[in-house]
Ligand binder design. Sequence first.
Ligand SMILES: Nc1ncnc2c1ncn2[C@@H]1O[C@H](COP(=O)(O)OP(=O)(O)OP(=O)(O)O)[C@@H](O)[C@H]1O
Ligand SMILES: [Mg+2]
Length: 395
Amino acid sequence: MIGGGQLARMTHQAAIALGQTLRVLAASPEDPAAQVSPDVVIGAHTDADALARVAEGAAALTFDHEHVPTELLAALVDAGVNVAPPPQALIHAQDKVVMRRRLEELGAPIPRFAEVAEPSDVDAFAARIDGPIVVKTARGGYDGRGVTLAADLAEARAVTERYLADGTAVLLEERVDMRRELSALVARSPFGQGAAWPVVQSVQRDGICVEVIAPAPNLDDDLRGAAEQLGLRLAGELGVVGVLAVELFETVDGTLLVNELAMRPHNTGHWTMNGAVTSQFEQHLRAVLDYPLGATAPIAPVTVMANVLGAAHAPEMGMDERLHHLFARLPEAKVHLYGKSERPGRKIGHVNVLGAAGGSVDDAAYVAEVRERAVRAAHWLSHGEWTDGWDEHGA
Ligand SMILES: Nc1ncnc2c1ncn2[C@@H]1O[C@H](COP(=O)(O)OP(=O)(O)OP(=O)(O)O)[C@@H](O)[C@H]1O
Ligand SMILES: [Mg+2]
């Protein structure tokens, strides 16, 4: 796996159960996956020699991020490496302009968009949209970096100029008036088998996913079916091998629009580690290795995933002690830590909490109670503070 982040770390965890060892290309021995895999190549994902070394003798080569330059991937394929997903699929997760054009061709629902050659293109697009604009870099963005929801035309122009000056291609989109964000997570194997997990709701703050509710509560049956079908269709049309996440907007008037694609395990699939029969990490490996895919059924009426983000000031209490207190109070919370140092806003772990049997995901009070526990647990791990003022030594 190219990249030694938390996705590789959790994929390695799944690989163990399948009798496999995940070799990782990591930038540093401190990377989350490099800490746990016995088979680590240290090097850059932009270095052809490092890529060739990590691919040597591997059954398949796959990714924890989408940043390997296309030319290097093509060279690996030419050298006989089984690159999964293949570069002609992966390009749609690497480059938002390529992705938008292809989705338009395929008739998938997307926001109105325009490619930008020069800053004055912003004015023409703004006139066409007659509403707020989002400016995005075509490549290299993550966790909301490279995405600006412009307050006005002047800001849109200034941001476009800044992005263009950095030498990246720029994309403009209408700002979608949305009810919420959804994610359709599917997997596809080279044999052609497809599998879809239930569509989930993701909650974003400052461009970062903070919480996922699986399945998405009160989702219209037609939309649920359409989102799942869209995920499976795109996986087939694009020739994806592995997990595909289709990030979606549910608009205020009840339609779906595709935001972007990821071809790897995705933050909106972390709930599957405890909440589904087959986790996204195991499924990604099954697909990449062309095994039959695993069952995707949820095992609770609702599972809530809350990200543990580094606090603005790391708490004095160490993570080990925070974990100790968390387990004392919420024994049902399933914690996944990534072995990362605590920096503000950084994803350092997540918590999954499953709702009790017999509840319904369409029951607002039931879902709110599970969300509260998951968020309380994640907040405690981030900040060393209980959201309800609980005194961990008093009780
Ligand atoms: N056209 C749009 N209209 C409204 N909001 C948008 C639009 N595009 C993006 N956003 C908001 O910005 C967030 C980040 O955008 P996007 O997913 O394109 O960026 P990213 O940094 O590549 O994503 P990720 O964090 O998934 O890596 C979205 O989840 C959404 O909240
Ligand atoms: Mg995104």
